[in-house]
Design a protein. Structure first.
Length: 60
């Protein structure tokens, strides 16, 4: 699930919103206020980096 800020960032980067790495809805069994929710930062950084690199290539 993307936050509004991430949604806008990904739109500006022309990020592929069909990429399901970080657009999946949370499990109904997950408490969104649980501080122990793990986010795979490597995958997040990888997907954002791909979007940024793609945008840079388009600009050049």
């Amino acid at each position: 699930m993307l936050t509004p800020i991430n949604q806008k960032l990904f739109e500006l980067l022309e990020y592929n919103l069909a990429d399901e790495r970080f657009t999946k809805e949370p499990s109904p069994f997950v408490n969104p206020r649980d501080p122990n929710i793990e986010i795979n930062m490597d995958k997040l950084n990888e997907s954002v980096s791909e979007a940024i690199e793609g945008k840079i290539k388009n600009v050049n």
